[in-house]
Design a protein around this ligand. Structure first.
Ligand code: B12
Ligand code: SF4
Length: 496
């Protein structure tokens, strides 16, 4: 069997420009790595082909003539996913198409009942490695679709949903594909080559905007340390890549394990290894010894879910009062030279222009190094969606293309969604202003940070001064909205 696994071209440039970060998709790489070796597997990450999606797919599908195409999609990418499925069926009508990932997991029933289901032959809920392995064997006549947990398949034109399978034993998974079977390349974080790996899956915290619990339940599973080291060896020695993005939802839930892992990494003596990770504030605040060991092992940047400075808003998000923990976590990271990217969320039911301003001010005060700002997004099947629906605060219930954190799909009790969208943008410009990396951060990427400080920033300041004269705040905002509208519109897919 020939299998082609594809991830979507849509991006969300919240931190830097959309061309500055292209991180490989680990989901398809891990599924591909676990398909039995007698089958041929190819990976395509369309994030590297954003300007020529149709042209590229026409070429590659024609060349490979796959038996099965797997499409990976989050909620906000589903619209593009349907278009791509339609295009592929048109190019190669005999091909079977399976859709998986977050959106398929959360919305399998809805997808099956929609008219778009005509483009899909299978839907996979949850982790894809074992289901896909068996599905490919099933297509080869060596397994039976009805027996494969978490698979939905068509019988007489209607989808049958098999019961959901158990979470996988991570110790049994084979390594993801990072070799030439990956047909797209050039992954980078501001021009430094980057790869992804995972050390754990899941999270036991209860943030109610998070889609995670529908994927794994509220569980936390870890990979054996030997497997994580084998993965790092593959990236470091074979691929010769020094930057690694760890995709764990919350790697630090078990601090003793993190320390053990860091010690094992340190013992390997990798030089110039740079690790990027996401973590929760409470664990990073409470375990300074863990933070110190992480820094020693090469963790240079951490994304912290700070979310909001208001206790009321934090409680709506299901986070509890983490304000003190946020401050302490940042202090700990800075003490050991780690850059902190702080996640902020705006648009909670009580928000008004002033509270949005205050949240940006709070962010400035706590001294994180860069802000990753999003508007509350009512992702399907989350507690947040239920809560906001009940209060009539969701203004866009159906156009999921806008469910990516950049768009206001909600209103608050004090602001309409347009006003929220405006203040989310405007206060950021006026309160946070231009990014000014502190000295400790400048050391981490001297070339790019110097280019930013001495080339881009002065140029952009001049550019926006002129824009202000010509358009004013309102005009500039409209231009920004138009830019966002264009970002994930793929002209060559419009006909589908
Ligand atoms: C790492 C990560 C990121 C990284 C991305 C790294 C990368 N390579 O792209 C960063 C920080 C950049 C990021 C950004 C965003 N992310 Co993110 N991210 C994650 C995270 C934590 C892990 C993803 C991952 O790699 N997991 C490991 C792999 C192995 O698992 P996986 O991708 O889920 O794949 C498995 C299954 O889904 C399934 N599967 C996946 N694809 C397919 C395809 C087929 C055919 C099949 C059968 C099965 C299948 O099988 C895979 C193997 O078991 C997830 C949460 C999570 N636990 O997954 C959120 C998550 C996927 N992100 C999410 C979101 C919303 C975003 C942003 C839009 C946030 C924002 N506003 O900025 C952006 C968009 C990024 C972009 N593309 O531009 C949401 C998606 C919600 C939804 N309902 O769609 C999630 C679930 C987080 C959440 N808390 O809700 N993200
Ligand atoms: S800490 Fe992160 S992964 Fe865990 S529930 Fe909250 S948002 Fe989701």
């Amino acid at each position: 069997m020939k299998v082609l696994l594809i991830s979507m071209p849509d991006v969300v440039p919240i931190l830097v420009h959309e061309a500055a970060v292209h991180i490989p998709n680990l989901g398809i790489a891990s599924i591909g790595g676990n398909i039995d070796p007698e089958h041929d597997v190819y990976l395509v990450d369309l994030i590297r082909k954003r300007r020529s999606v149709k042209r590229y797919l026409t070429k590659i599908v024609g060349k490979i003539q796959p038996d099965l195409v797997g499409l990976s999609t989050m909620a906000w990418q589903y619209d593009t996913c349907v278009k791509i499925a339609h295009l592929i069926k048109e190019l190669h009508p005999e091909v079977k198409i399976v859709v998986g990932g977050y959106h398929a997991t959360l919305m399998a029933e809805e997808i099956a009942e929609s008219s778009q289901s005509q483009w899909f032959d299978f839907i996979v809920r949850g982790e894809g490695e074992e289901v896909c392995r068996r599905l490919v064997n099933g297509l080869d006549g060596r397994d039976v679709f009805a027996d494969i947990p978490s698979l939905s398949y068509k019988k007489d034109g209607t989808f049958i949903h098999n019961p959901r399978g158990e979470n996988l034993d991570l110790g049994l998974l084979k390594r993801p594909i990072r070799d030439k079977r990956r047909l797209t390349w050039g992954y980078h974080l501001m021009n430094a080559r980057i790869e992804t790996l995972e050390t754990s899956r899941g999270c036991t915290r209860s943030c109610n905007f998070c889609s995670m619990k529908n994927m794994y339940g509220r569980t936390f599973r870890t990979y054996p340390i030997s497997r994580v080291l084998a993965d790092i060896d593959d990236i470091y020695h074979i691929r010769k890549v020094r930057s690694i993005f760890i995709t764990d939802d919350n790697m630090v839930l078990n601090p003793l394990r993190v320390i053990e892992l860091c010690d094992a990494i340190i013992a390997k003596g990798y030089k110039n290894l740079k690790l990027f990770v996401q973590a929760d504030c409470v664990s990073m605040a409470m375990h300074e010894d863990m933070v110190a060991r992480m820094a020693a092992a090469g963790f240079c940047s951490v994304f912290l879910g700070i979310e909001n400075g208001s206790k009321k808003n934090l409680s709506v998000a299901g986070k509890g009062d983490i304000v003190k923990a946020s401050k302490k976590a940042i202090e700990n990271c800075h003490k050991y030279g780690m850059m902190v990217i702080g996640g902020l969320i705006f648009g909670f039911p009580e928000d008004d222009a002033q509270s949005i301003q205050e949240n940006y001010e709070f962010f400035k005060e706590i001294g994180a190094d860069a802000a990753y700002c999003q508007i509350v997004t009512p992702y399907p099947k989350t507690g947040m969606r239920e809560q906001l629906l009940a209060e009539g605060l969701i203004t866009n219930k159906t156009d999921l293309k806008k469910y990516n954190g950049l768009w206001a799909n909600v209103r608050t009790r004090h602001m309409g969604s347009n006003e929220l969208q405006y203040h989310f943008w405007f206060q950021r410009q006026t309160v946070l202003g231009w990014w000014n990396p502190p000295a400790s951060i400048r050391k981490q990427g001297q070339l790019w940070i110097s280019i930013w400080r001495f080339l881009f920033k002065p140029y952009l300041k001049l550019h926006y001064r002129r824009m202000m004269k010509k358009y004013g705040w309102e005009g500039r905002f409209q231009l920004e909205v138009q830019r966002l509208e264009r970002m994930n519109a793929f002209a060559d897919l419009e006909e589908y």
